[in-house]
Design a protein around this ligand. Structure first.
Ligand code: H2U
Ligand code: ZN
Length: 345
């Protein structure tokens, strides 16, 4: 029998990487940095916010007076369309290639003071539709369309106005590349889908399940690296977001709201994270091995202002975590679905 209280390593079948787990270390004293938390109430409109309706952005363009969601091309895009094609491959050490792409910013709400966790289910459904619209549109041109949200100052997010981003490019980036290879190999070996089989195992065991509804499950993956990392999975085989049925979109909005509410309730603070969607790449011949999923990578470790750093051993050898995935799941299982900000005192 394994003893998960001992130092051990766990395998991530999606990436093929291992994570070091050191549960005995949780009593380690902390004298490092604490971040300041911004607990102040924000105004619902800020005159100098570049995402609020009617305001001017850095390039002089004025945002429309939008009522629900709004999308624009990132004024400082990391990927650019219409580039000249070239490849450098004569030398093993000096490989490079030009790439093309585009970056968009998605405003989730005209309200500067809300977060996805605090938005109404219908408003979150609109965000899901917005993701799907942009995914479908960009998928016509680009191989990989990365939908993500970077939330919180400590994640490098420059503006608390609720928003996400899309970066789309004509190449398969490194993270999805790993997932593609591992899901493909699994499919060839077993003739079934890795994440569907994994979900079956987790549903049998129940230990790491955080939330579930008719169409979706949130769990702390066995191989989680970030302290309260979760994986959001559809119960049925779905290649990507644009294959979802309307009932599945509605229950997706519900489970996202619950998960983010629990995250906020964990340390009674607006919980920072990077989240994003992974689904079948576009333009690929066979996509049967892919199962849609979202990763939530939150950095907070033990309070609203003590975060996990990926440094030292993690940068040089292997990712490491202290408490186990099961312990994290247990914490998240016991939290309320009522946002702490709306509690009546
Ligand atoms: P963050 O979510 O990481 O803060 O990024 C917001 C994006 O908004 C960022 O990529 C873009 C930045 O380039 N942006 C504009 O496109 N126009 C602006 O006027 C300011 C910021
Ligand atoms: Zn704003």
């Amino acid at each position: 029998m394994p003893d998960f209280d001992q130092p051990h390593r766990r395998f991530n079948p999606l990436t093929g990487e291992w994570v070091l787990v050191s549960p005995h270390r949780t009593k380690r004293p902390w004298q490092g940095r604490t971040e300041k938390t911004d607990s102040q109430k924000r105004p619902s409109y800020l005159p100098d916010c570049y995402l609020c309706p009617g305001n001017k952005r850095a390039n002089g363009v004025v945002n429309p007076d939008y009522k629900f969601t709004y999308v624009f091309n990132n004024d400082f895009a990391a990927l650019l369309p219409g580039q000249r094609f070239w490849q450098l491959k004569e030398h093993d050490f000096l490989k490079a290639e030009s790439i093309e792409g585009t970056c968009r910013v998605l405003c989730f709400s005209p309200r500067h003071d809300l977060t996805l966790a605090e938005m109404e289910i219908e408003a979150i459904e609109r965000v899901i539709d917005l993701w799907i619209e942009n995914l479908t549109d960009l998928g016509k041109t680009y191989r990989w369309v990365q939908i993500f949200e970077n939330k919180g100052e400590i994640m490098g997010c420059s503006n608390p106005h609720p928003h996400g981003q899309i970066w789309a490019g004509n190449f398969l980036p490194s993270e999805p590349q790993k997932e593609d290879v591992n899901q493909k190999n699994y499919f060839r070996r077993k003739n079934s889908v890795l994440l569907l089989d994994y979900l079956d195992e987790e549903l049998k065991r129940e230990e790491r399940i955080v939330l579930q509804n008719e169409h979706w499950v949130v769990l702390v993956p066995f191989w989680a690296v970030w302290p309260f990392e979760t994986l959001l999975l559809p119960r049925k085989l779905r290649f990507h977001l644009h294959f979802l049925e309307s009932e599945e979109k509605k229950s997706l909005a519900e489970i996202i709201k619950k998960l983010l509410t629990r995250y906020d309730n964990l340390f009674r603070a607006s919980f920072p994270y990077t989240m994003g969607w992974h689904g079948a790449p576009f333009g690929a011949a066979a996509e049967n091995h892919w199962q849609l999923h979202a990763h939530f990578y939150p950095p907070l470790l033990r309070s609203a202002n003590v975060k996990k750093f990926m440094v030292g051993y993690e940068m040089l050898a292997e990712a490491q975590r202290d408490f186990t995935a099961e312990q994290a799941a247990r914490r998240l299982q016991t939290l309320s679905d009522v946002h702490f900000g709306t509690e009546v005192s």
